[in-house]
Design a protein around this ligand. Sequence first.
Ligand SMILES: [Ca+2]
Ligand SMILES: [Ca+2]
Length: 428
Amino acid sequence: MGESSPSFDKTPRRIRIGAAPIVLGVLAVLIAILAALAVWLNPAVSDSAVLEAGGVITMDLFMERHPEEGRFLTDVYSIDTSRPGIYAIDILRDGKTYDCSLIIRDTAAPTASPVHVTVGRGRAPSPEEFVTDVRDVTPVTVVFDGVPDLTAGGDQTVGLILTDTSGNETRLTATLTVLLDSVPPQIHGARDLEGYAMDSLDLTTGVSVTDDEDPSPTLEVDDSGVDPDSPGVYALTYIARDAAGNESRITVNVTILERPVGYVDPRIVMGFAEKALEGIVNDSMDDMDKAYAIYRYVKYTVAFEEDSHKSTWSGAAYQAFAAGVGDSFVHASACRALLTAAGIENVDITGTSGNHWNLVYINGGWYHFDATPRAGGRDNFFLLTDAELEAYSSTHSGSHRFDASLYPDRSETSLQDAVDYGSTVLRR
Ligand SMILES: [Ca+2]
Ligand SMILES: [Ca+2]
């Protein structure tokens, strides 16, 4: 039995010699499969990639290794990456073309800042009014999260939902203030206006607005229908609004006049008047002192001559300041400029004989004021009552008769005790 051992030993040796190439072949196949599997699991070019909306398409989305070796055959710059979707992209690498897909996803929710909204009764605000600075790569819709209560006055919190086209949501809150004021504001002092072509019209002096609730209602002037350079009659509208949105309107006529020959811009005249005032009044004077200084200034520096620019008061006043001579219209117009510059209310008055002088408001009443010098210079007309003026007028051919109904009511209290016409100052 022991002799049979050698033949027993040879048999497995033959088997081992013959099996070696098979094992190697199997290993080679296995390696090849593993290699193919590795390439399949981790290809040189991925057949799909994902990009967040708004991003930039780059080769490394498709190739982990050596993206510089790839080239886009598709014009990727023509793809709007703000639009989610699946896009076909061809890539060339190592002479081979790969058909790939780019998936653009929007996973970022919108961002925005809340806005405090104030409305009056009866106006329903839109949800969009409550947000500003809305950001997202896709369009965003805004809706209320619950309906605001427009019947409740005061502040309330309003919920808002912002949604992008991919369904990403952002919720935020804002404050809504509802004003229950329903009374429109009142406009005061609106009146018809008149001016000369090419001048800037002062549209708001003397016009004011008040409201029952709003401490600072707005005043708007709609002068879009006024052509200030062309003579004509135009409509101008004052529009007042309170915070609750209540509105009131007053429309007035603006008459633009042709500039007469020799027309002088009133602002030029007021410039002369302010300069003259500097030399004759000071802060220690009251209105009556100032009026007296103006009276004497015009009476003694503007000589009398039967000549004036009759067309406009500003032209006549200009003649007084520039030429220092003129008739009663020139004197009264110079007084108007000086009194106005001094802040003293005054009104032009024209007598039935064509004589001109002023009414001034002093010590709570209106008085006659006529600084036109008369022959001899002895006649004086500083703050006269109707009776005092008539005493002169009746003995001088009715020089100062006038239609009393056209002017403010005059005071009947004489101020003449204060006046010494020989003195440069009043008795006080
Ligand atoms: Ca988004
Ligand atoms: Ca109101």
